[in-house]
Design a binder for this molecule. Structure first.
Ligand code: F2R
Ligand code: MG
Length: 308
């Protein structure tokens, strides 16, 4: 069934996904601080604010700014926005730092992205970590979410697995936002099957999503052991587990973020991906949604985004 999605609704969905992404990123990154333990979160002992966000949020803000300004992703504009706004101390991956420096100094993005990792292109999880708000914006079309996710990914990630990670997350966020509009929570297996259907069946991310579906109902620790927790910082090692968490805990933002923290690995990024998808469904400041207190503890989003 097709329906009209008004620009204000798209923006609300994308902003809620960004709130969930940025809080997940900022809270997740607190668990790299020595002395911090996941049990603290489970016991309700939160780190002292402010929780500073990282590259995940900085790049996601550029994605949302482009959508708000133009209604779509234009790859040339997005590449320039990523490059110009990059604050390297935010914890960017090494490949991303190099690609963005090349773009900033005049190399066309297709050349810069293709040069990463000895010409293989990056399969890092960076294209997936920033894309959930784009998926939420396209709550009316998983096909459009997948197309635009590809456009947003390719400017930095030329490797097919890096792009597939972004497509998978965007399709999941699109389905989550659609489910919110419909008031009908999707069955976890159906959600993962729909994501897998959007991916190249020969790819590793596709294989991981199918394995995630087979692990539904198992403990989170077993899912992380089998699927990876992002410790390799690649899309293949990150996206399948995040989709397992999002599908399993789509109704409960705090529990979904706790599952990422307890799994360890690349926690800021697993929590950013999961937080973006889950908040597209739950919203903010409602039962099961992004807690207001967590949003307040997160460092404010960049001034250039809030001004726009
Ligand atoms: N940099 C990090 N996390 C490490 C530090 C964690 C923590 N703060 C700590 O103190 O311990 N996080 C940020 O990087 C990830 C996003 O990365 P992106 O944008 O994809 O960058 P890059 O460098 O292109 O890829 C990341 C790594 O993936 C591996 N990789 C990529 N392509 C590869 C290829 N073709 N062959 C082999 N390996 C490849 C490399 O290890 C890259 O370094 C997010 O987690 C973000 O938060
Ligand atoms: Mg980060």
């Amino acid at each position: 069934m097709t329906f009209t999605l008004f620009p204000d609704t798209r923006l609300t969905l994308a902003r809620d996904a960004l709130a969930g992404l940025s809080v997940g990123d900022a809270l997740g990154s607190q668990f790299f601080v020595p002395g911090r333990h996941p049990d603290d979160l489970a016991a309700g002992r939160l780190p002292a604010p402010p929780w500073e966000w990282t590259d995940d949020t900085e790049m996601a803000c550029s994605v949302v700014a482009e959508l708000a300004a133009a209604g779509r992703i234009d790859s040339d504009r997005l590449a320039l926005a990523f490059a110009q706004r990059c604050e390297p101390y935010r914890g960017y991956g090494p490949g991303a730092v190099t690609v963005l420096r090349l773009i900033r100094t005049g190399t066309p993005w297709p050349v810069a992205a293709a040069s990463a990792f000895d010409g293989q292109g990056s399969c890092g999880n960076g294209a997936a970590m920033r894309v959930a708000p784009l998926g939420a914006w396209h709550a009316d079309s998983t096909r459009r979410a997948a197309e635009q996710a590809r456009d947003s990914a390719e400017v930095t990630h030329a490797h097919p697995e890096g792009v597939a990670g972004a497509v998978a997350v965007a399709v999941a966020a699109s389905l989550a936002a659609r489910a919110r509009l419909d008031g009908d929570r999707p069955d976890p297996a159906r959600l993962l099957a729909a994501v897998a259907a959007a991916l190249d069946p020969a790819g590793e991310v596709h294989r991981g999503v199918r394995r995630a579906a087979a692990l539904l109902g198992h403990p989170a620790a077993a899912a992380a052991d089998a699927l990876g927790n992002g410790s390799r910082v690649t899309a293949q090692d990150t996206v399948p587990f995040t989709l397992w968490v999002a599908a399993t805990l789509l109704h409960d933002y705090p529990a979904a973020i706790r599952a990422c923290v307890e799994a360890g690995g690349d926690v800021d990024t697993t929590a950013a991906i999961v937080g973006g998808i889950v908040a597209a469904y739950t919203g903010v400041g409602v039962p099961g949604g992004v807690p207001e207190g967590w949003l307040t503890a997160r460092e404010p989003l960049p001034g250039w985004l809030t001004a726009a």
